[in-house]
Design a protein around this ligand. Structure first.
Ligand code: ADP
Ligand code: ZN
Ligand code: ZN
Length: 735
């Protein structure tokens, strides 16, 4: 008997696969994509078979036997294996870890796959099929069923119920041997009529929406940027595109940003469609997640909707992919396998030869550039769908102004006017807690995190100190640890302080704070926001959680308390993010009938790009920013990779980066690849661990990747690589 070797991808950091011996007797090609239990060191790991071969380069004395083959049908399809191999290669990450990240925990742990349920259905017997369409016209009910089967080949019990077929007519046809009962897969593709797909009637699209909707071509790859101002009806376009995909018997994959921020979007899909919808995001528990993943894989779920992790889900027959708010940073995984869900979606659409629609009011520079160069088709929605007019945006120069809880006098006045008109106001500040620093007024002692050496945020309810980097929480000392005085002061403001101040200032108005401290769950946030949705005059105070996704019609004023955070940031993406934020927050103001207003508090009222943003809108702002990026060769005009390392011993963290730096210098590409570092990361220390980084830029993506691949395989086996935690981030979105 010939020996058979299995090539296995195991969930270990090494960027390679492992060969094992098997005594499997059946058709080896059916094994690819199945899970196995394999001995690795002194543990047993669950891996995926990615190849079957008659010979192996692994020496015979090192060769081990596979313990068990878990699946009898592949868990991962051939096409998905190709996707994940590409992703592992592109993100320079271990294929085994990539595959692990793509499947739900239960299946990762070896739980059996759900086998598809078979359900009964009716179809014609050969006699029935040969019968002319009019042969049964003496019984209208039998005739109806006969006609249906001539067109649709079969129907299940639920279809029979939906279409009102009578049980006695079915029985009569069976007794005449014209139809017979068969077993079919639950997911069997049923030809659905428009009525059975939809719960409620779609809106009549306006001209721009119609043009956008009709531009999307099905059964062919195409990437589309749906560039539409907030409230222009992008979601309605998505819904109608999804309906088209379902009518064609295919599935739709819909990606949304963090779930807590977009519960309404999921709700709108559920309200619209009567098909099974699989949700995949962090508020779905593990058992349900495994179930939903399998529903997506079998095709039973016609719509798969979720956060970035849904981009990796197995799909039976996708017909369209939609990425809502494509610019959102949550689409980038920030640890482990650092993929961009948006980019994965574009790749998958190409693989399946289907359209992918990226929607945003504030497209990322990458996507906008692809639209400008014609790689993506640019679809524009310039009008708000409802009657609302765009808000008026102005910046307030806060230089030399007295601020109370971070707000200047004119902003407070505007809030007062808004409330007097029985409308709602929103104050946005991306900093929770009461104050970002607490110190002793007497001797200058400052409360710092012992792990990160950075100031701890002071929270007043409940009263404690909190490090927002490493999550360390301490009590507030009774007296200054250094001079024993009790004269504490704080500096700066957070959402908690604004909330308390506004509640005192406007005692008869509800002040609702939305940040990570008040919204432990999705439900908590919805509950807090109830009065706002009901239209009660109120003030909303919140972090970026509030800037996204909510459609609260009564908001008429939005105050951005601190635009300087991003404008003065050392990161080149800071300005892009402020532009997106201001535009998104502006989208929250004046959604109903009256014109809204947005106030931006800044020490840089003359910032040239901000002036363009205010005067001409996001598109002009982004086009200018693209010109700046082009000038300096930054993404999307150049490609970048960021290698991070961290360790309790700074010398270990630095050593791996120096090793990589040396290896890069030794390759012939030192002229085309520019590097920054190794150097300390912007946050040098988190929770006792010292952090370093090393950045690479290159104007050829191919060259950057080829160099990295060679260098990483060389260094990952060295001792330095094992002494520290380090990672590779391709196309990083944060530093
Ligand atoms: P976006 O996703 O671009 O923010 P939405 O799809 O949420 O916009 O639409 C904003 C509002 O306009 C919603 O209340 C929606 O019901 C309404 N709307 C969208 N399209 C139409 C339309 N064609 N006719 C009437 N109202 C519409
Ligand atoms: Zn002191
Ligand atoms: Zn800390």
């Amino acid at each position: 008997m010939n020996k058979l070797y299995l090539e296995i991808a195991l969930p270990v950091p090494l960027r390679r696969t492992f060969d094992y011996l098997t005594n499997f007797q059946g058709d080896p090609n059916g094994l690819i994509g199945c899970r196995v239990q394999a001995p690795f060191g002194n543990q047993t790991l669950i891996g995926i078979i990615i190849g079957v071969k008659a010979q192996s380069e692994t020496p015979a004395d090192k060769m081990k036997d596979i313990h068990t083959i878990i699946d009898d049908t592949p868990l991962i399809s051939h096409l998905d294996l190709q996707l994940f191999s590409w992703a592992a290669n592109y993100y320079h990450h271990s294929l085994g870890e990539v595959l692990h990240a793509s499947i739900p925990q239960k299946l990762r742990q070896g739980e059996r796959q759900e086998h598809e349920q078979l359900i009964s259905a009716w179809k014609h017997t050969p006699e029935g099929m040969g019968l002319p369409e009019t042969a049964l016209n003496r019984s209208k009910k039998q005739q109806e069923i006969h006609r249906y089967l001539l067109q649709n080949t079969q129907f299940t019990r639920s279809t029979a119920q939906r279409l009102g077929f009578s049980t006695s007519a079915i029985k009569a046809l069976k007794d005449k041997n014209l139809i017979e009962e068969i077993l079919v897969k639950d997911s069997i593709e049923q030809v659905q009529t428009n009525n059975s797909l939809l719960n409620n009637t779609p809106l009549t699209l306006n001209q721009e929406q119609t043009a956008a909707q009709e531009s999307v071509i099905f059964h062919r790859f195409g990437a589309y940027l749906l560039d539409g101002v907030t409230g222009s009806g992008k979601t309605e376009v998505y819904l109608q595109l999804v309906a088209r995909a379902l009518q064609a018997g295919t599935q739709a994959l819909v990606l949304i940003p963090e779930i807590g921020l977009s519960p309404q979007t999921v709700g709108r899909f559920k309200d619209r469609f009567s098909v099974e919808i699989a949700e995949l995001h962090s508020s779905i528990n593990e058992a349900k997640r495994a179930e939903h993943w399998q529903a997506a894989k079998s095709g039973r779920a016609k719509i798969v909707i979720g956060t970035r992790l849904a981009a990796l889900a197995a799909l039976n027959k996708p017909g369209i992919i939609i990425v809502d708010e494509e610019h959102d940073l949550s689409y980038k995984q920030h640890d482990g396998f650092r993929y961009s869900a948006r980019d994965i979606c574009v790749y998958r659409a190409k693989q399946h030869n289907i359209p992918v629609v990226l929607g945003s009011a504030t497209p990322s520079l990458e996507t906008l550039n692809n639209a400008i160069t014609g790689r993506y088709q640019h679809l524009k929605l310039t009008q708000r769908a409802s009657t609302a007019t765009p808000p008026h945006i102005e910046s307030i120069d806060i230089r030399n102004q007295q601020l109370t809880a971070g707000l200047c006098e004119s902003a407070i006045e505007e809030i007062r006017h808004t409330l007097q008109r029985q409308q709602q106001a929103l104050v946005f500040l991306n900093r929770r807690g009461f104050a970002p620093s607490l110190f002793c007024h007497h001797c200058g002692w400052q409360a710092k995190c012992t792990g990160c050496e950075l100031p701890m945020t002071f929270h007043s309810h409940p009263r404690h100190l909190h490090c927002h980097r490493c999550d360390r929480q301490n009590g507030v000392p009774r007296a200054c640890p250094s001079c024993k005085n009790q004269a504490f002061s704080h500096r700066g403001s957070g959402t908690e302080q604004i909330e308390l101040f506004l509640a005192k200032q406007f005692p008869n108005t509800p002040v609702i704070r939305i940040d990570r401290d008040t919204t432990s769950s999705k439900k908590a946030m919805q509950k807090l926001l109830e009065p706002a949705y009901a239209g009660t005059p109120c003030i909303l105070v919140g972090t970026q959680m509030l800037a996204k996704g909510h459609h609260i019609p009564g908001i008429n004023l939005a105050v951005i308390a601190d635009a300087d955070q991003g404008l003065m940031s050392a990161d080149y993406r800071g300005v892009e993010q402020v532009g997106q934020l201001v535009t998104q927050v502006a989208g929250r103001a004046g959604r109903a009938s009256s014109t809204g207003k947005v106030l931006i508090q800044t020490h840089q009222p003359d910032h040239p790009l901000m002036r363009v943003l205010i005067a001409e809108g996001y598109n002009s702002f982004a086009v200018q920013l693209l010109a700046e990026r082009k000038h300096s060769g930054l993404p999307p005009y150049g490609y970048s990779a960021l290698i991070r390392s961290e360790s309790k011993r700074p010398e270990n963290a630095l050593a791996i980066l120096q090793l990589i730096h040396g290896a890069i210098k030794n390759t012939g590409n030192k002229h085309t690849i520019t590097t920054i570092g190794p150097m300390a990361a912007p946050i040098e220390k988190i929770g006792n661990r010292f952090r370093f980084q090393y950045q690479l830029f290159c104007n050829s993506r191919k060259e950057l990747h080829a160099t990295l691949k060679a260098v990483l395989s060389e260094v990952e086996v060295k001792a330095e690589a094992r002494r520290t935690r380090w990672s590779v981030d391709i196309d990083p979105v944060t530093s």
